[in-house]
Ligand binder design. Structure first.
Ligand code: TRP
Ligand code: SF4
Length: 404
């Protein structure tokens, strides 16, 4: 696999927390749905990750996983355009996790910001475990096992992706060095033919000596178009550009996209544990009832009191669901007390139900046929394994435990 393939590949995971809500849709899934058409995407349910915190009372993880996948499909994730699977169905994640754990300094894990943070925040759970400390190593394995260049995540996960870069770098540093790396790299350069060899040599020199990153890009593009290099030679030459050895596990980067912030029904952050959510595939009657009782600007007590949309979570939903005309109508009517909150909510209820109707329609065939969902998961997991196995073959051989 060349660096170019790695740049095209995307991996992301979600824990199985049961039914998803509209904040998942607007914050995460809409982004995934766009990416599935532009990249080679791997999306999985991180069921082992759920156990790192909830090992004592796992609940029905399997049902939660099925519900999560049905919500993905309902939202528009398409198994024809990306690979959808379940982490524990791809045991290569665990093997790579083990091998990465050998090279990961303990201090790196203790320094991950979420580590101490979660231990104090989740007081009800005993998180003084090996599994919880190693959680970011597992996440690194999830990413590196697909040699993915891009990881779409929220801001809270960026530190984890950073760590996976450091682990990859350390792994490549330790195991990417072959005994005669330089000789092999120089021999590979000759195989490219005179002109490309000269261009590669010059670009490498410009990068190594002057840090010219454009030269680095040029050399990478040059390598990508070489037809007569073996995979091993190509990887060697990618690695030689940056001075080190062979790149076995390319470094991924976080793909941060700005997504809409969705308020909960009480105006706080939408979250299952806060009981303030609107689920995907929610019944229209329930949507109407939940929006009707949703928190408004607290200063607007009576119908005649003017309100301030900037202080109202209902308006935040209008920002997501309504066009400019409706937003103007709301803002003017609210500030002048020309409309009541009940009026204001009517077009919102309609817009949400309109969106939900597609989810409900898409989900129907899966709700009626759980075996169909299971077969999507099994097929996706097999496809993911094919890729993961190749990485592990390479990893084992780099370490020297191939037994072939
Ligand atoms: N840790 C992530 C979360 O809690 C989920 C996750 C697990 C993940 N493995 C991943 C995300 C790999 C991106 C890539 O949200
Ligand atoms: Fe909020 Fe709309 Fe009521 Fe204004 S009119 S307070 S924006 S619900």
């Amino acid at each position: 696999m060349s660096s170019n393939d790695s740049e095209r590949r995307v991996v992301s995971g979600m824990r199985p927390t049961g039914r998803l809500h509209i904040a998942h849709y607007h914050g995460v899934l809409k982004n995934w749905i766009r990416l599935q058409h532009e990249y080679d995407c791997f999306f999985f349910v991180a069921d082992w990750h759920a156990l790192t915190t909830h090992y004592q009372e796992p609940g029905d993880i399997e049902q939660f996983t099925l519900d999560t996948v049905i919500d993905w499909l309902a939202a528009g994730i398409s198994p024809g355009s990306c690979t959808v699977f379940v982490q524990s169905r791809v045991p290569e994640h665990a093997e790579l996790h083990l091998l990465l754990s050998m090279v990961t300094p303990k201090s790196w894990l203790e320094r991950v910001p979420s580590y101490k943070d979660q231990i104090t925040r989740l007081q009800d759970f005993d998180l003084d475990t090996y599994g919880f400390l190693g959680y970011p190593v597992l996440q690194s394995a999830d990413i590196l096992v697909y040699r993915a260049g891009n990881v779409p995540v929220g801001a809270d996960q960026v530190a984890h992706v950073e760590l996976s870069r450091e682990i990859a770098r350390r792994f490549n540093h330790i195991y990417g060095r072959e005994p005669q790396f330089e000789e092999l790299a120089e021999a590979a350069i000759k195989k490219m033919g005179r002109k490309p060899a000269r261009l590669y040599g010059k670009a490498r020199k410009d990068y190594v000596e002057r840090g010219d990153t454009e030269a680095l890009e040029r050399a990478r593009a040059l390598l990508a178009e070489q037809q007569n290099l073996s995979i091993g030679d190509r990887e060697r030459l990618f690695g030689y550009l940056e001075g080190g050895g062979r790149i076995i596990l390319p470094e991924p980067q976080a793909l941060l996209t700005d997504s809409s912030k969705v308020p909960g029904l009480d105006g706080e952050k939408m979250s299952k544990s806060q009981n303030n959510t609107l689920r995907l595939r929610e019944d229209p009657v329930v949507v109407e009832q939940k929006i009707r009782t949703m928190q408004t600007d607290p200063n607007r007590v009576r119908r005649n009191d003017p309100g301030e949309p900037g202080k109202c979570p209902v308006f935040e939903l209008h920002e997501i669901y309504s066009d400019q005309d409706i937003k103007d109508w709301v803002a003017d009517g609210c500030r002048s007390a020309g409309i009541g909150c009940v009026d204001c909510k009517v077009p919102l209820i309609d817009a949400i139900n309109e969106e939900q109707s597609q989810f409900i329609e898409r989900a129907e065939q899966f709700e009626n046929n759980p075996d169909l969902v299971r077969s999507i998961i099994i097929e996706g997991s097999e496809a993911a394994r094919d890729v993961a196995r190749e990485t592990l073959d390479d990893v084992r051989s780099a370490i020297g435990i191939s037994y072939r």
